[in-house]
Write a protein that binds this ligand. Structure first.
Ligand code: ZN
Length: 89
């Protein structure tokens, strides 16, 4: 049985979904928010292994590091949707 070739690669889908949300990947596990001078970083998993840790260098995140700022929430949200779309864990 022939495998149907996908029109877009996973990388392309990922970039498009990020762009639609106003996010640009700027490095390994690093994301820029369009129009903002902040960088959101993926920092691995929580100790229980279920949650994902994100940090942002905006003032709100510095002021309250235990709470996810809106930038980190945005990137986490979109990255979760990308994972669902592409079938990642
Ligand atoms: Zn932030």
């Amino acid at each position: 049985m022939e495998t149907e070739r996908l029109e877009k690669t996973n990388d392309e889908i990922e970039r498009e979904m990020l762009a639609e949300a106003g996010i640009t990947q700027v490095g390994d596990n690093e994301y820029g928010i369009d129009g903002k001078p902040y960088t959101v970083r993926f920092c691995g998993r929580t100790e229980d292994g279920f949650g994902l840790l994100w940090e942002c260098d905006c003032p709100a995140a510095k002021f309250n590091p235990d709470k996810m700022c809106k930038h980190a929430r945005l990137v986490a949200d979109v990255s979760g949707r990308i994972a669902d779309t592409l079938g990642y864990d």
